[in-house]
Ligand binder design. Structure first.
Ligand SMILES: [Zn+2]
Length: 300
């Protein structure tokens, strides 16, 4: 793990897998943008200690396990304030509310896999808010729902935009068998919204630093649409969600060895299938008591 300077007082921790940006208020105090994955905790902890940093605030882009995994740990350690979108803050307020999101797992599984995401949020950010003050520092907010229900991009006082998961890098695109969006149609709208953003630097969580993201936005939109089209091509008859999943796992060569992985792939597939349904490429019908998706004749 290492620290990279992005611009001015904006830096990021390179965990290997992810960039976690932070804003340096002074030699000691920092505000983190996301807190990373639990697996990355030891490395992040070591890096913070080595640099004598004290985390005074965390602003979270969205409540995914690899972005809020150390919220509670860092809050307990530094007594820092946590700011998050109101909706995702409520999601992280207990394991029962987390189950709203992880609905295809039992409460016991949710507690076991995601229990460490539960944290107390001090500042709830509403969907209308376009800025936030944390420890007296102003950050601009751009709401980019879709990847998660209330995903947002955060712009530091150095004019560095943390894009988080609203875009993915070319390396991730190359390896992603099925990219994820909670609601793909909204996510594509949010990606298009990024064309209007004019910042000096852009940090993509998985993982890249860019000074121009115009091409990356177009390539992301095409990549996500193309993956959905590949799912569409698999639906060659009236198929249940489980039948589609079975085919996708086989044809995309996705290893699914646990119920946890199955639940994850199911969530990823569902967003693609719902998108195809929303844009009219497939339709959902009752067939002898089963819900089955089939391709619309115009899309074949
Ligand atoms: Zn995410």
């Amino acid at each position: 793990m290492e620290i990279k300077n992005v611009k001015g007082n904006t830096f990021c921790i390179d965990t290997g897998m992810t960039y976690i940006p932070f804003y340096k208020i002074n030699d000691e105090e920092i505000i983190m943008l996301d807190s990373g994955w639990k697996k990355e905790r030891e490395g992040i902890d070591e890096l913070l200690e080595k640099n004598n940093f004290k985390v005074v605030g965390i602003i979270c882009s969205h409540a995914h396990i690899d972005h809020v995994g150390n919220n509670k740990y860092l809050k307990d350690k530094y007594n820092c304030v946590i700011a998050m979108s109101a909706y995702e803050a409520l999601l992280c307020s207990s394991t029962v509310t987390l189950k709203v999101y992880y609905s295809n797992e039992t409460l016991t599984e949710v507690t076991e896999h995601f229990g460490h995401m539960v944290c107390e949020t001090d500042i709830m950010i509403s969907n209308e808010q376009d800025k936030i003050y944390v420890c007296g520092i102003k950050f601009k907010i751009l709401h980019t729902p879709g990847h998660s229900p209330s995903h947002m991009c955060i712009i530091t006082p150095d004019d560095v935009a943390y894009i988080a998961d609203a875009l993915i890098s070319y390396e991730v695109m190359a390896g992603a068998k099925m990219p994820y969006a909670y609601i793909l149609r909204e996510d594509l709208k949010s990606k298009a919204k990024l064309y209007d953003l004019e910042c000096s630097e852009y940090v993509v969580a998985h993982k890249g630093i860019y000074n121009d993201i115009t091409k990356l936005i177009s390539d992301n939109i095409n990549f996500y649409k193309n993956r959905a089209e590949r799912v569409c091509a698999i639906i060659d008859d009236a198929m249940t969600m489980e039948e589609i999943l079975k085919e996708v796992v086989k044809r995309f060569n996705i290893p699914v060895k646990s119920r946890y992985k199955y639940a994850l792939i199911e969530r990823m597939l569902r967003s693609n299938v719902e998108y195809l349904n929303e844009i009219g490429d497939i339709e959902l019908n009752m067939d002898d008591g089963f819900l089955k998706y089939s391709r619309n004749s115009s899309s074949i």
